[in-house]
Design a protein around this ligand. Sequence first.
Ligand SMILES: Nc1ncnc2c1ncn2[C@@H]1O[C@H](COP(=O)(O)OP(=O)(O)OP(=O)(O)O)[C@@H](O)[C@H]1O
Length: 596
Amino acid sequence: MSGRDDGRSRARRNALLRILLWPKRRRLAAATALALVENLCGLVSPLLIAAAIDRGVPSASDGRWMPLLGFTSAALAAGLTTATVKYCFLRYSGSIAQDLLFELRHRAFAHVMGQPLAFHESYPSGRVVARLSSDVESVEEMLEMGLDGLFSALFSMVGILTVMLWLDQPMAAVVVALFVPLYALTRWFRHRSRQAYRRTRTAVEGVVQHTVEAYNGIRAVQAFRREETNAQRLREIDTSYAAARADAGRVSAAFSGGVKLIGNLSLVGLLTLGVYRIDQGRLELGTLTAFLLYVHRLYDPIDELASFANAFSAASAGLEKIGALFVRHPTVAEPENPVALPPAGGGRAGTGAVRFEGVHFRYGEQSRPVLSGVDLTLEPGRTVALVGTTGAGKSTIAKLLARLYDPTTGRVTLDGVELRDLSDAELHSSVSMITQESFLFSGSVAQNIALGRPDASRAEIRSAAEAVGADGFISALPDGYDTDVHKRGTGLSAGQRQLIAMARVMLTSPRVVILDEATSSMDTPSERAVHEALTRVLAGRTAVIIAHRLSTVAIADRVLVIEDGAVVEDGPPEELREAGGRFADMHQGWLAATSA
Ligand SMILES: Nc1ncnc2c1ncn2[C@@H]1O[C@H](COP(=O)(O)OP(=O)(O)OP(=O)(O)O)[C@@H](O)[C@H]1O
């Protein structure tokens, strides 16, 4: 990662942290106060023990037990208070941490869901899953195990050093002197562990991404016998993940060991100097004991600080990655002052006129132009088939018509209104896209049909299903319209899914329907059922079909042959067939394929 990228990642992480932490500043301040009380109580105990040794024990030898009893009871009370406050702190900081994670996960998810198609087409779904799962988990781990260590370490260090300086300065100087190597070690650790954890986050992202891709494409994986290749690839990515984790482990082990070594050197130094100063009569035994107890207390949290720093490095790398999700992507924004479509009048007739005016389009600034000046007029209520070689630009035209993207220059209008000027609600109810996947969401069949109109009544849902001939098979399902589409055993066929998708469109009753036809063929009876449904859905609407089959082109009134992002032939299918151009060649090819 270059220095500039590094700075940008950190800036994104800090901005994200600010957004998450600022609203919780009061609760964080309360948690800090609890930690302060806990550490102050913890600080008192060694002082009381020192007093018990230096004052309580001598007076007890003289037969006066009260001072010793007083000091030991006070030490006990301090210990009990420390434990109680610690319990409260952990509960309180735990609830802050959970709220924070909840918000982080939901913000990230909502942001991803609201992104334009351009984002999803360039950002692999596996990477998004990694962001929302393992990267958020790394933050969770830090919050769960690290906060306590961080607070204890910071307060203890300041508090203990202050008390030490007050008790005996030459002895405190020994401890302070050993902070120099400790500082150097910590700097090294921060630098190395940040690198190591960035590598682990990248590696774990690879593992998740590969798993999600393999799972999404399981049909292709099995059809092309890619199981072994995929497993081999996972082994490779996993090996690099393991290596990155091992490196992170080595760094943290070196740091922990180093801290322990410096802690022990402090003990030896204090013991040597302490014995010398006692011998000189400048120090009491109780004070030496307090110093030894304090050093122990000082280095224990530093060790905890190491685990926090570890968790922080992992979480920090995770937050940098999550922060990258929030980078603004050019979006197809909803207009501030939307324009309404002219009313449909009596019935649908006359609506659904589409125009592409001088449309140029490229997918990104670096990409080559896909459409270069497309001018098109689609008449209301007619069905147009887009045909052409693969990569010609057919889907791109459909995506612009559904306003999944905006043209780079030029405009697309529906009934005289530019798509950019329509509200999202009007756009979605006026232009519907039936995609190849016919995706069904978790929920009942009825809910899936009512996707575009969640307020539709059961009677309306039913009549939409009847209109496309889907009522028969839906009523035969175990729970009819209430059958859960993803419940085991429901197993809807590809054709049935398509019929549900068509009923969905029927219910929304859009002016324009775009159909990205499936290339894979279905068995003939279900293909016929889908075809009949399609004819009913398209009746009276403007339809654009990306056609891959002869039978679909047959229902079109007009064919547009697209080549290299331009319309090269345009006319009724019969006319183009006779004209002997590209469409005629394609037609011949289809005929040969179907008769073979
Ligand atoms: N998301 C994208 N980012 C960058 N380039 C893209 C993207 N989608 C398509 N393209 C490019 O745009 C061109 C047109 O693609 P498009 O999907 O419109 O073709 P198509 O005619 O629908 O092809 P097919 O019949 O194979 O679906 C192709 O060169 C393709 O590589």
